[in-house]
Design a protein around this ligand. Structure first.
Ligand code: SF4
Length: 679
């Protein structure tokens, strides 16, 4: 590709050969090492300052990666001038893995609540600031995760496929199995219910009788439905288990909700790929879990949102690339280095260079380099001579020894530095928020709604009308494009033809879709009739933008109209909404259009003079002007800032703007504020 485009275009390539850790899936570090030799007129700009880590970490990482010389680009990474304090870095080889784990747990406890300084801000250190990095989570992490949990330290982990092994999710799956009578050779009777009830996680305190009656009535109700919603069934089960009790939501350990939220996503993955579900689909869903999902879903993940759940994160060294944490533990290292070999395969290895997929010492060293440099301040590298229960000395990765001791305390002495405590709340500065207006709008209507949706990951049930507005908007787009070619105002038959060809609602039945099509046709006929003059104007639909705003990146797309006023061309931001104009969501809509105006000006450099909301309704189309004076946009920015600061400081109060919002909230079965609101 570079050869195809580089004689006509400039190519900018960004990379770090020392962080090339994907050879096992075909990445070749030589691509970057030999880049300047392969092309003429290459200018190199070195980014040689590590802006994340304190000096002890940067120097340790440098000492390690220099062992890859001369097969790397010659460079020396500098730190940004923050000195490691005595006790920030420990590297200890314990005699026994049990001692190692005890020491680690003690270290986590001692650090929580101490002051951490990031830039010019100081705050208290939280669980979410701590990462445990393993070469293989599946093979190594279990005793550490068990000990952390036992010590009351919340943990989320990835790389172990552990979501369905968690007691809370396991319980839900068992209940689904009972409701659907999943397996022919199992008797789904009272004993079975008793068995599930006896193994309920401690947080679920429902009495046996209520549990049994509840499950059977959910089963009866679901069986009678022609079509079912799995997400709705899930919400009913959670509600029965008492998930709307404040104790679930106000405790410090929110891992349980996080895991239940991830199960909700697994349901959406299944439900979203089917046109509709019937009672029998519950069985199919169980088989989806057994055959696929059990190995594909982790109880944690590495997305930036995970940092907003206050839990220690356990990750693979690979999975941590691009992330940074104030505290990094690198325990275990019980992994013998082996000669690289290409395992048994059906592939004909003479037909390709299989060597480039192998893990050579230089590749392994790069993985360790990446892991070390995830830490900002504290770095604890530990291992032990004997594994728990082991009688013979355990083999260890060579790279544990390769990490130079120079900047570490190497024995189990108390932290020589007295750590100040802090009361200031906040989350890591690493969390920069990729977001959109619709996400921020959820926060603005209720902080807890945002948390349920985007932090825990719960999905609401699917509704047949989902996507109606988008479909109508698409057809407006097509009508304007058609006008550009034909210069004809779209006729009724043309609109009907476009609807027939392009209108599609994923979750609506055929009958319902036909009704939605009629409604769309009426709205669009009104639109064409009332705003015929707009067709001669240039309309730019769906112009994408990315707006950097405080510590967030807001992405979206804007529709704009270009209108001639006198000798001047005036650009107007327009946002199409399906529905009437006198609804309760007006403030939300206005704020959205104001954000689009800010984005047009600041991200796209377009000076728009007007902003409109266009309501597409079958009875009446109307347009409303939205205030875009500097004062109005200033107020809009304050609102957006409130949402972004709230999210990045993990402030998720149950503070619906209006009581009405709770009544129609997707979580009114699960949120303590509206407990019992719905049957
Ligand atoms: S029920 Fe009310 S308080 Fe609870 S999440 Fe919904 S809007 Fe917020």
């Amino acid at each position: 590709m570079i050869q195809l485009i580089s004689d006509k275009q400039n190519v900018c390539v960004v990379g770090d050969d020392d962080q090339s850790i994907y050879q096992w899936r075909g990445a070749d570090v030589q691509n970057i090492i030999t880049f300047s030799k392969r092309y003429q007129k290459v200018a190199i700009h070195q980014l040689d300052i590590n802006r994340r880590s304190a000096d002890g970490i940067v120097k340790t990482a440098n000492l390690l990666i220099q062992k890859n010389n001369p097969n790397r680009l010659q460079k020396l990474i500098r730190d940004k001038g923050i000195e490691s304090e005595n006790g920030d870095l420990y590297k200890i080889l314990f005699n026994n893995q049990k001692d190692e784990i005890e020491w680690i747990v003690g270290k986590v406890h001692s650090l929580i609540g101490t002051e951490i300084i990031e830039g010019d801000k100081s705050r208290k250190l939280k669980y979410s600031d701590i990462a445990f990095l393993f070469r293989s989570v599946g093979n190594e992490a279990k005793p550490y995760i068990d000990a952390l949990k036992e010590a009351g330290i919340p943990v989320i982990y990835s790389g172990i496929g552990g979501l369905f092994a968690t007691p809370e999710v396991n319980t839900i799956v068992k209940i689904f199995e009972f409701i659907s009578n999943c397996d022919n050779d199992v008797e789904y009777n009272d004993l079975y219910i008793n068995e599930i009830h006896s193994k309920l996680p401690a947080q679920f305190s429902i009495k046996y009788d209520s549990f049994k009656i509840g499950i059977i009535s959910i089963q009866d109700f679901t069986q009678k439905q022609r079509r079912i919603s799995l997400q709705g069934l899930y919400a009913s089960v959670l509600s029965l288990l008492g998930l709307s009790d404040a104790s679930f939501h106000d405790s410090d350990d929110d891992v349980l909700l996080y895991n239940l939220g991830r199960f909700s996503r697994a349901i959406s993955d299944y439900e979203g790929s089917r046109e509709f579900l019937t009672f029998n689909s519950i069985k199919d869903f169980i088989w989806f879990i057994r055959l696929h999902a059990e190995n594909a879903y982790d109880s944690g993940n590495t997305d930036s949102m995970a940092g907003l759940v206050d839990a220690v994160q356990v990750l693979t060294m690979h999975g941590t690339k691009g992330l940074g944490f104030p505290v990094v533990f690198m325990p275990s290292h019980f992994r013998q280095n082996r000669e690289p070999e290409f395992g048994p395969t059906l592939l004909n290895t003479t037909k390709f260079d299989s060597n480039r997929f192998l893990n050579y010492p230089e590749d392994e060293r790069r993985i360790y380099y990446v892991a070390l440099t995830r830490s900002k301040k504290y770095l604890f590298v530990t291992s032990a001579e004997y594994k728990i229960g082991g009688k013979r000395r355990s083999a260890r990765s060579n790279f544990f020894n390769e990490i130079d001791d120079k900047y570490f305390i190497t024995n189990d002495i108390l932290d020589p530095t007295t750590r100040k405590l802090s009361e200031e709340d906040g989350v890591s500065e690493e969390i920069s928020l990729p977001t959109s207006y619709s996400e921020l709008a959820y926060y603005l209507s209720c902080g807890y709604d945002y948390k349920m949706r985007f932090i825990y990951g719960f999905n609401p049930g699917l509704v047949p009308a989902l996507g109606f507005g988008k479909q109508v908007h698409n057809i407006i787009n097509l009508l304007h494009k058609d006008f550009e070619v034909t210069k004809k105002i779209p006729s009724k038959s043309k609109i009907a033809q476009f609807i027939e060809e392009h209108f599609y609602l994923r979750y609506a039945s055929t009958d319902l879709t036909e009704r939605f099509k009629i409604s769309a046709l009426k709205s669009l006929l009104k639109y064409v009739k009332m705003w015929e003059s707009d067709f001669s104007l240039a309309i730019k639909t769906e112009r994408p933008f990315e707006l950097e705003f405080e510590n967030s990146l807001i992405a979206g797309s804007i529709d704009m109209i270009k209108r001639e006023e006198g000798n001047e061309a005036v650009l107007e931001v327009i946002d199409f909404k399906t529905g009437k104009d006198n609804n309760e969501l007006m403030h939300k809509y206005e704020l959205q259009v104001q954000l689009y105006t800010i984005a047009a000006q600041e991200a796209l450099g377009i000076n728009t003079q007007k902003a409109l909301i266009h309501f597409l309704d079958a009875d009446k189309n109307s347009r409303l002007n939205v205030q875009t004076s500097p004062d109005a946009l200033g107020t809009a920015k304050e609102e957006l800032s409130f949402a972004i600061q709230g999210i990045t400081k993990a402030t998720f109060n149950r503070d619906a703007r209006q009581d009405k919002i709770c009544k129609s909230c997707d979580w009114c079965n699960l949120c303590p504020k509206r407990k019992g609101y719905r049957a």
